[in-house]
Write a protein that binds this ligand. Structure first.
Ligand code: ADP
Length: 378
């Protein structure tokens, strides 16, 4: 049997019908999306906009089509200042050829500022952008929930302080024999109550500090400080903690004195957090090395441990609020996942940088860089 040659015109019709089908499908997808979507050509002119985008921004389709995207959709930052063209996700997506996500405020037609999470993907043909699609969603509710969560943390931590101080005061009075002689088992029980309330106190302080950072209520006291002295203080204060876990704590000072302008208490809190974590996440008999190095315009601390490390898949999340990696949940039950979140907020306030490298079951090294002359005012 021989093949019957296909009629060319029928083939063309079939192809046209198929591409019309694909087009209709993508049109339907675009229009039925739950998020706002705007498509532009290679010059950033709007070629398509879906009903959700129009509703979120309060415009009619005819006011958008053919217009230059950055002109009709005004974007503002958190301080409500206009975002420069170069910093807009759409420009970055065009310039880099990569998908760019950001959170910003869009000005609606009525002049309101709507917080949105936007993702812009360039449409590439042979590696060259021929347009872009921006998808964005309203995050007003998420922001409100976040604000309420912070408010709750602040309220709860303030309210917890008073009863806790009563627990501690009376436990101390009992231990010190103010209310009569105690038996050995009563003493032991009170010791447990006291150490549990100390832990609770630490947690409350952490929560209070988090709410201070989130509320922008950090008062800085920037002065010229001798970091070698800070290292010696930390060495003394953390020695006992390390000894209790049989961890070798090594401090390596540079040969010269290192001075920076910073808030000493905050820098100390950051380093205490990093060293405490290093001790906590290093098995008995391990080693933690803290080193200070001077650079031309900054000082860099490193805190290296021989501990359990951070799994690769968790490394992007460890500065997020309440995040704890799976491997620590198995070995160390106490922890809130707030320490590094707070540390990151504090380091930002100091105009510093924090980063780390880590390998599971080998160890982690955290780095803290403090500028010698930060561009912050206290
Ligand atoms: P936590 O209260 O759990 O210690 P942190 O915010 O201080 O919370 O740290 C967040 C998570 O980062 C920890 O739960 C742990 O998974 C990981 N982490 C931090 N420091 C170390 C370290 N030195 N070694 C291994 N994991 C660490």
């Amino acid at each position: 049997m021989t093949d019957i040659p296909r009629d060319e015109e029928a083939e063309r019709n079939e192809l046209a019908a198929r591409s019309a089908g694909v087009l209709a499908q993508s049109e339907a997808l675009f229009n039925s999306m739950g998020d706002g979507a705007i498509a532009t050509d290679e010059f950033g002119r709007i070629v398509r906009v879906n009903p959700v985008a129009l509703r979120l921004l309060g415009y009619e389709e005819s006011e958008f089509i053919g217009e230059w995207f950055p002109k009709v959709v005004v974007a503002l930052d958190e301080t409500k200042s206009p975002i420069s063209l170069l910093d807009r996700p759409i420009t970055k997506a065009f310039l880099t050829g990569k998908t760019i996500s950001d959170q910003l405020l869009y000005r609606t037609r009525e002049g309101e500022h709507r917080p949105v999470a936007a993702t812009v993907s360039p449409i590439l043909l042979d590696g060259r952008p021929i347009g872009a699609i921006e998808v964005f969603r309203d995050i007003t509710l998420e922001r409100e929930v976040d604000r309420m969560k912070s408010e709750f943390i602040s309220l709860a931590s303030h309210q917890l302080r008073t009863p806790l101080s009563a627990i501690k005061t009376y436990s101390h009075m009992l231990i010190d024999g103010f209310m009569g002689e105690l038996s050995a088992s009563q003493q032991k029980a009170l010791d447990t109550i006291l150490s549990a309330s100390d832990r609770m106190n630490e947690l409350i302080n952490l929560l209070l500090n988090v709410s201070r950072i989130e509320g922008g209520n950090i008062t800085l006291n920037i002065k010229r400080h001798d970091l070698n002295k800070l290292m010696s203080e930390l060495e003394k204060e953390l020695a006992l903690q390390a000894r209790e876990k049989n961890i070798q704590l090594v401090f390596i000072q540079p040969k010269t004195l290192v001075h920076v302008r910073t808030d000493n208490l905050i820098a100390k809190e950051v380093l205490t957090n990093l060293i405490t974590n290093a001790i906590k996440y290093t098995p008995d008999g391990g080693k933690v090395t803290i080193r200070l190095r001077a650079r031309a315009d900054s000082a860099v601390f490193s805190v290296a441990d021989s501990g359990i490390g951070i799994p690769k898949y968790s490394q992007d999340h460890i500065f997020s609020k309440f995040f704890r990696a799976q491997n620590v949940m198995r070995t160390e039950t106490t922890g809130s996942g707030l320490g590094l979140y707070l540390v990151k907020g504090l380091v930002d306030n100091l105009d510093g940088k924090i980063w780390f490298k880590s390998e599971e079951n080998v160890g982690s090294t955290f780095y803290l860089e403090l500028p010698k002359k930060p561009t912050i005012v206290s």
